[in-house]
Design a binder for this molecule. Structure first.
Ligand code: F6R
Length: 241
């Protein structure tokens, strides 16, 4: 496990973007697994900046996002589809047909998840999976106690995650209660992983995830079992390591 501890936000974003940039330069048709949330936003800005400067080419890159709320149409400002276009896809030269996102408005959500899992396999699997982590150690929307064998499927959000995510909505009541998420097994099957966490409020769970027992109680602890993982933390998140 390669752990990078950034001294400030700019260093954090650059270190994370550098891992993705190296992957794309090594394999221009890389399959990237992507995450949403506050943590990767600066990294996405940095990638967009690199594209603008002609340092990166996304024309052959394929992406799969980790998760999506059920019930939010792709055009909803809080959908992860909207987030990805706003923060990255609309700023780079990725081809729309190479962008894969679970459809929160699909009439058959279970079928949508099964199709997604097949699509990932059809392109040969994910080369580099970007992961943030929730306050309870969740990965994607895989909440504590999710079996490590889970594949892409439907999940109920915990009250803690609903509350944490309500900061992006007008009220807690508006936060969807269900989501679709890549499973733990799907995530672990990625050939390499970039795990990014910042902020002192996640310091305790970072220590549990990286140094504690490997247990479904802390979903991110499973990452200890992955042979190719780069961890980018800021000093606050790393303070109990
Ligand atoms: C989002 C996702 C989530 C977030 C996690 C941290 O696609 O997969 O697991 O990574 O909730 O979110 P932030 O970065 O907002 O703290």
């Amino acid at each position: 496990m390669n752990i990078i501890i950034a001294r400030n936000k700019a260093e954090f974003d650059k270190a994370a973007a550098a891992v993705i940039s190296r992957q794309i330069k090594k394999k221009p048709d890389s399959v990237l697994g992507l995450a949403t949330g506050s943590t990767p936003m600066g990294m996405y800005s940095e990638l967009a900046r690199m594209y603008e400067k002609g340092e990166l080419d996304f024309s052959k890159v394929i992406t799969f996002n980790l998760d999506e709320y059920i019930g939010l149409h792709r055009s909803h400002p809080q959908s992860y589809c909207y987030f990805m276009h706003e923060n990255l896809f609309d700023k780079i030269n990725i081809k729309e047909e190479n962008v894969n996102l679970l459809d929160g408005g699909a009439s058959d959500s279970q079928g949508e998840c099964e199709e997604y899992e097949k699509k990932i396999k059809a392109v040969g699997g994910i080369d580099l999976q970007v992961l943030g982590m929730g306050h309870n150690g969740h990965l994607g929307f895989n909440e504590p106690k999710t079996p490590f064998e889970s594949i892409t499927g439907l999940v109920d959000l915990t009250p803690g995650t609903i509350k944490a995510n309500s900061r992006f909505f007008e009220s807690v009541a508006e936060v969807p209660r269900r989501a679709m998420s890549m499973g733990m097994k799907t995530i672990l099957h990625a050939k390499s992983i970039l795990f990014i966490v910042s902020g002192s409020e996640k310091a305790e769970v970072v220590a549990k995830a990286l140094k504690g027992p490997v247990t479904p109680e802390i979903p991110a602890s499973v990452l200890q079992l992955h042979p190719f993982i780069t961890v980018v933390l800021d000093e606050e998140a790393a303070k109990y390591l």
